[in-house]
Design a binder for this molecule. Structure first.
Ligand SMILES: [Zn+2]
Length: 101
């Protein structure tokens, strides 16, 4: 187990530099770096464990995926939606295609 201290220099991915750069630890939570500051552009951000954030393209893909999930029938409502009887019965409404006078 490694002890992190404020001001320690660690590697992390900087979204501004778009690469792994040296970062100074500016905040520590539970002995883990929480916030770091890029030593190249001085941009503060959450410590990412050297993982690049998702690109805009990936975010768009995730958004679409979530939309598909949201439009899917929630469990419990499936039976109601699959009732065939209503669809079979013919509509008996009078045809009102004439002019309304
Ligand atoms: Zn940077």
């Amino acid at each position: 187990m490694s002890d992190f201290r404020l001001g320690d220099i660690i590697d992390d991915h900087c979204i501004k530099c778009r690469r792994i750069t040296n970062h100074a630890i500016v905040s520590i939570v539970n002995t883990e770096p929480a916030k770091v500051r890029c030593r190249t552009c001085y941009h503060d951000h959450d410590y990412r464990h050297e993982i690049a954030p998702p690109t805009k393209k990936e975010l768009k893909k995730m958004e679409l995926f979530n939309q598909v999930l949201a439009s899917a029938t929630p469990p419990g409502l499936e039976e109601e939606a699959a009732t065939p009887e209503i669809a079979v019965e013919p509509a008996k409404k009078p045809k009102a295609r004439g002019k309304k006078a």
